[in-house]
Design a protein around this ligand. Structure first.
Ligand code: ADP
Ligand code: MG
Ligand code: MG
Length: 250
């Protein structure tokens, strides 16, 4: 059984068709990368998987562990083990990092995690991400630098331990050391029971990971799927040489 299976997905944002018959299948244990020009629909795709209400499915299906999830709300999908890290994380004044994580973890697992066990797990994850332990008591993202916000996203991923983690340009705007730290957090998280879908333009984040599949998203469809060698081809030649109707802006 596929962890995620998307078939014939058509979707629109504010009446404009963005995805035009997209197929993708992800198994447990796999790392998938999606690359594609700006505006090709990468963020649209992961937001649709997460159930963002702004995006409308006009045809096709999204199944998670064999169950069609298209009617489920975002929090219900999160409870099933789907996680999306945002390109631009929001500030949440009044709520500390630790509180948010504990509340989210309790909500997602449906259990009340023991405080000491939680604190220990949090401390370990923060060490992996080289986040100073004083950040546990700070308000979420308030006054955080860009790099700190992104690391906090990865901290959430590690603590919530989803089955499918989707990272939407989590590495964009990070300096080389921050990318390496984020990358090691992702590597730490990855195991044979979960899967990762990474959207990135920056292949540094992939260096510590075994990438199984690279998909090129153009004009609302997966134009090509290959192994990790596709990444260096794209880096050298860009997207346009792949053909497709690259100039069709829809
Ligand atoms: P990518 O992540 O690949 O850069 P997006 O999924 O963000 O692309 O956007 C795909 C297309 O959808 C773009 O043409 C973009 O302008 C359009 N789009 C995204 N969000 C909205 C919105 N809220 N309203 C109108 N158009 C949108
Ligand atoms: Mg973009
Ligand atoms: Mg995007």
């Amino acid at each position: 059984e596929k962890l995620l299976a998307i078939h014939g997905l058509h979707a629109a944002v504010e009446g404009k068709e963005i995805l035009k018959g997209l197929n993708i299948e992800i198994n447990k244990g796999e790392v998938h990368v999606i690359m594609g020009p700006n505006g090709s629909g990468k963020s649209t795709l992961v937001n649709l998987i997460m159930g963002h209400p702004k995006y409308e499915i006009t045809a096709g299906s999204i199944a998670f562990e064999g169950e069609d999830i298209t009617a489920l709300k975002t929090f219900e999908r999160a409870r099933k083990g789907i996680f999306l890290s945002f390109q631009n994380p929001e500030e949440i004044p009044g709520i500390t990092v630790e509180n948010l994580l504990r509340t989210a973890k309790n909500a997602i697992t449906g259990e009340t995690i023991k405080i000491m066990a939680f604190k220990k797990e949090l401390k370990q994850a923060m060490e992996t991400l080289k986040i100073d332990n004083t950040y546990a008591a700070r308000h979420v993202n308030v006054g955080f630098s860009g790099g700190e916000k992104k690391r906090n996203e990865i901290l959430q991923m590690m603590m919530l331990n989803p089955q499918l983690a989707m990272l939407d340009e989590t590495d964009s705007g990070l300096d080389i050391d921050a990318v390496r730290i984020v990358s090691s957090g992702v590597k730490h998280f990855k195991n044979e029971q979960n899967a990762i879908l990474i959207i990135t333009h920056n292949t540094k984040i992939l260096e510590q990971l075994d990438v199984d599949y690279v998909h090129i998203l153009m004009n609302g469809k997966i134009l090509q799927t290959g192994d990790a060698s596709l990444i260096s081809q794209i880096n050298e030649n860009g997207f346009l040489h792949l053909g497709g109707d690259a100039l069709d802006s829809g």
